[in-house]
Structures are given as structure tokens and as C-alpha cells.
Design a protein around this ligand. Structure first.
Ligand code: NAD
Length: 497
């Protein structure tokens, strides 16, 4: 582990001051056209690309991930997301005409307007994707943004702010505040919306705190994603997907494959295929020729060690890995395959966020489904089968926000498709129309067409009006044509008139 640097913490008073400046910038920004915003976002992307080597230095130094991952997973996503949001923001936020089914005499519109100041609180596992990536739709929608990156990875976010300043955005439109819980709390207390990505425990707290001010929040939380491999699956593709999906970024991905359920007839072959591939992976410092880097923090490493210890003590068998990598100094944990795991083990119940693949044998697809749904999380799930109909039926029965069939980890990079969780994985959606509308409030505008001096329900009240209303209700909604005629017995009493 190396010392990367230290930074002063942004105090609560300073957070409040930063938000005041951001509000001034937002007042100007929200009056600009989508075209203008898009032009500046594309300029920001050019700066990112021009400075990609420096970016890679920063990200690798504060996360321990291989350099290739910075280009392949972080920069690629953000560049594509910028292209996507600049093209689709206007389409999804444009004024929509509403045709009332009854009140035809009214003209009705719905518009999306920026919430104002968006606070982004982000984790450490993808310091570019989860800061700049999330800021882009918020900016396109006309908001100012303040990012509070993880205290473990502040330098990438500061670099993003530095490039934003060179881009030509209004001063203070995109700013970064530094610190842990206290700075995060000050941000919640000062912004108009919080976009939080992180752990379930902190997410619940954030929701609680935001409730005091009744500001909207989005919560993208942890996962314990199951992979189901049915007996008719393409076993080679399934093994490759499993190893990539479980071990990319050292397993420190919210949608990592964290447990695998394999049908009995193919269990041995599948496990053999996975172990062979895992043994071939190279691990080391941030070169481009290694597949696995180190864990990003000591705390995370300790969590993985504790889960493996718990599993082994309860009877799990380690087929490969299962210990810190003794040949490398620092926070390296060997990629690990575990079998004979059960649902009373922490490695199956709790998010691991490490390079671990626990595999369970199941009798059939129903058992796999039951076990896959036996989790407090519900982010993503993966089904491998050559039977497309069956795989889609299983997808329907999985209680998760997304499902990949014969694929893995791909949902995050399709920005047209809403992505998010259920249960303890949160309830918001990134990407798709929801991924930008969440940074707006929806306003409905109703316009009178004919300019009558008075509408029927307006004051004063009288018996005749009430009788007309009763007749109208019968005509409109009483079932059967005979009943549509108001009955004499239904005439209003004096007291009602
Ligand atoms: P974390 O919850 O510990 O921290 C997340 C952020 O919250 C950090 O910036 C932290 O400083 C801040 N924070 C901590 N206490 C706070 C408080 N009281 N008030 C306001 N902010 C506070 O999470 P982490 O360890 O940084 O990240 C790992 C977690 O993130 C995993 O559970 C992972 O699954 C999840 N994650 C989810 C997604 C997704 O899209 N669903 C993506 C990436 C990571």
C-alpha cells in the first residue's frame, strides 16, 4: 500500500459556501439550450481524452486497478455516456402534450425542469464513472453539480473538476467537496437532490437525513448477484463470463457475480472450466498486461479474509486462491474459487466485493431460482441457457432490477436501458429516461382555451348546479344505458342543494 497524498477536508461551513456559488452558476446554466450544454460536455470529453494518461495515473494510484481497466471500463464508459446524454437529453426532457380524456376544453402540457443543485455522493470502486459519469445527465438537465467522492479516491474527482474548469462551464457549475461522513451530511443539508451510490447502511442513513428536508434522492446500493447455469448452457461462454463477471476490478463491482448456481449434470465440468481459467489470471501492480490489480482498501481486504474464513470454518472448500497473494506486497488477494458453500455462510448472504467465486450445485432450475431469490439484495442476475424461452421465463421470476441472459456485467454499459435494483439494492434507475428525469421536477401546465367568464363548478353554488352534476355523474359513469338516465328518486334534497 502506498501513500498517495492528503487533502484538507471541506468543513460544513465551506460546503454551504460552495453550494451558494453553485446556485449562482446554475441560475445561468438553466437558461442555456441543450445544444449549448452538449457542446460544452463534448469539449469536456475531448479534455478527458487529451489527458487520458494523467487520468490513468491518478485512478490507478488511488484504486490499485490495472491501467487497462481505466481505459476499458472507466474512460470508455464516460466518453460513451457523454455522447449518449448529449444526444438524448432533449428528447427525454422535451415538452409533452397531454390530451385530457374528459376536459377537452383545456390545453395541457408537461415539462421537465432542473431541480437546481444536485449533490453526488460516490464510492471508491469506479472513481471516474461514478463521479463524472453521474454528473453528465444532471448537467444536461440544467443543474449545477457538487460531487463528494469517496474519501479513499478524491483525486480523480478533483481532476474532473479541474478539466471542467478548463471546459468553459460557468464558474462553480461543477465542484468537488472533500471528506467522509460529515462532508456528505453537510452536502445533503444544502442541495436540492442527492444522488447516492454506496453501501446499504449508508444509503439508509442518507435517505433518513434527506427526509428531514424532503429532498428527492436516488439510491444505487450494493448487490449479491447470482449467476444461474442451466444444463443446456454453452459451458465455455458461461465459464468465461463467470470469471470476468466475478473478478473484473478484483470483484469490487456492484454488479459482480457473487454466487453461482449450477445444475447437477454439468456441475463438475463447469467448476473445472472456471478453475482452469482463474489459475491463468495474472495479478500485479497497475500494468496493462495483468487482469487483476489489488484490493482498493485494507478494510475491504479484511472483509474478504473474514468471509473466506467463515466459509471454510463452516465446511466450504477452496479450489484455488483463498489467501492474500504472498508474492506481492500490498493489498493483493488471490482470485478464489469456493465450492461446498451453503446459504448460512456470509460469503453467500453478504456482499463480498472481492475476487471470490462461490459455486453451488443445484438439482434443477427451480432450486436455482429459489436460492437466487433468497437474498436481501436484488441488483442484477445472470442466466445461462441455450433455451431462450426458458431463460426469459426465469428472468421474469428473478426479483432483481436487471437480468443478463448468456451475458454478464453488460447492463451498465447500455445507457438506453434503465439500470438499478430492488430490495436492499436501492430503488432508483441510472440510464434510460429515468436516468435523467430523476434530476428534474415535472411540471404540468394547464391552459384555458375559451375564456368563459365562469366555469361550471365555480361559486356560487345552487340546487340547479348540484342536480346537473348528479345527472352528469350518472350519464358518465353509471353502468348500463338505462341506468345512465337519472332516476327521479335520486333528485337532490333541499339540504343538499
Ligand atoms: P459507503 O457507503 O461506505 O460510502 C459511499 C459514500 O458515502 C462515500 O463517499 C462516503 O464518504 C459517503 N458517506 C459515508 N457516510 C456518510 C454519511 N453519514 N452521510 C453522507 N455520506 C456518507 O460505500 P463504499 O464502501 O464507498 O462503496 C462500496 C459500496 O458501493 C458497495 O456496497 C457497492 O455495491 C456500492 N456500489 C453500488 C453501485 C450501484 O450502482 N448500485 C455502484 C458502485 C458501488
Amino acid at each position: 500500500m502506498e501513500f498517495v497524498g492528503e487533502l484538507p477536508i471541506t468543513s460544513s461551513a465551506d460546503v454551504a459556501a460552495v453550494t451558494r456559488c453553485a446556485r449562482q452558476a446554475q441560475a445561468e446554466w438553466q437558461t442555456t439550450s441543450f445544444e449549448h450544454r452538449a457542446k460544452l460536455l463534448r469539449r469536456f470529453r475531448d479534455l478527458l481524452i487529451d489527458n487520458q494518461e494523467r487520468l490513468a495515473d491518478i485512478v490507478t494510484s488511488e484504486t490499485g486497478k490495472p491501467r487497462g481497466d481505466v481505459f476499458g471500463n472507466e474512460l470508455f464508459y464516460v466518453c460513451d455516456a457523454i455522447g449518449f446524454w448529449t444526444k438524448s437529453a432533449e428528447k427525454w426532457l422535451k415538452q409533452r402534450k397531454i390530451r385530457p380524456h374528459l376536459f377537452k376544453v383545456k390545453k395541457v402540457f408537461s415539462i421537465y425542469q432542473p431541480l437546481g443543485l444536485v449533490g453526488i455522493i460516490s464510492p471508491w470502486n469506479f472513481p471516474l464513472v461514478l463521479t463524472a459519469g453521474d454528473a453528465m445527465p444532471a448537467l444536461m438537465a440544467g443543474n449545477a453539480v457538487i460531487i463528494k467522492p469517496s474519501e479513499l479516491t478524491p483525486f480523480t474527482a478533483l481532476f474532473v473538476a479541474e478539466l471542467a474548469q478548463k471546459t468553459g462551464f460557468p464558474d462553480n457549475l461543477l465542484q468537488v467537496v472533500i471528506g467522509g461522513a460529515e462532508t456528505g451530511e453537510a452536502l445533503i443539508d444544502n442541495v436540492d437532490m442527492i444522488s447516492f451510490t454506496g453501501s446499504v447502511e449508508v444509503g439508509k442513513y442518507v435517505m433518513h437525513r434527506a427526509a428531514d428536508r424532503l429532498i428527492p434522492i436516488s439510491l444505487e446500493l450494493g448487490g449479491k448477484d447470482p449467476m444461474i447455469v442451466l444444463k443446456d448452457a454453452d459451458l465455455e461462454r458461461a465459464a468465461n463470463a463467470c470469471v470476468w463477471g466475478a473478478l473484473m476490478n478484483c470483484g469490487q463491482v456492484c454488479t459482480s457475480i457473487e454466487r453461482v448456481y449450477v445444475e447437477e449434470p454439468i456441475y463438475q465440468t463447469f467448476v473445472g472450466n472456471v478453475v482452469d481459467r482463474v489459475r491463468q489470471l495474472r495479478q500485479g501492480p497497475s500494468a496493462e498486461e495483468v487482469e487483476l490489480g489489488s484490493m482498493s482498501s485494507e478494510e475491504q481486504l479484511k472483509k474478504v479474509i473474514a468471509q473466506i474464513d467463515d466459509a471454510v470454518n463452516k465446511g466450504a472448500k477452496v479450489l484455488t486462491g483463498g489467501r492474500p497473494n504472498a508474492s506481492l506486497p500490498g493489498l493483493y488477494y488471490e482470485p478464489t474459487v469456493l465450492v461446498d458453500v451453503t446459504h448460512d455462510m456470509s460469503v453467500i448472504q453478504d456482499e463480498t466485493f472481492g475476487p471470490v467465486i462461490p459455486i453451488m450445485k443445484v438439482k434443477n432450475a427451480d432450486e436455482a431460482l429459489r436460492l437466487a431469490n433468497d437474498s436481501r439484495y436484488g441488483l442484477d442476475a445472470i442466466v445461462f441457457s441455450r433455451d431462450g424461452v426458458k431463460a426469459r421465463q426465469m428472468a421474469q421470476r428473478l426479483f432483481t432490477g436487471t437480468v443478463c441472459i448468456n451475458d454478464g456485467l453488460v447492463n451498465y454499459i447500455i445507457p438506453e436501458a434503465p439500470m438499478g435494483g430492488v430490495k436492499d439494492s436501492g430503488f432508483s434507475r441510472r440510464h434510460g429516461p429515468e436516468g435523467i428525469r430523476k434530476f428534474c421536477y415535472q411540471k404540468t401546465i394547464v391552459i384555458d382555451r375559451f375564456g368563459l367568464k365562469k366555469e361550471m363548478p365555480w361559486f356560487p353554488s345552487n340546487r340547479k348546479k348540484t342536480a346537473q352534476m348528479r345527472r352528469m355523474i350518472s350519464l358518465l359513469w353509471r353502468s348500463g344505458w338505462r341506468n345512465k338516465l337519472a332516476r327521479p328518486g335520486n333528485s337532490p334534497s333541499k339540504s343538499e342543494a
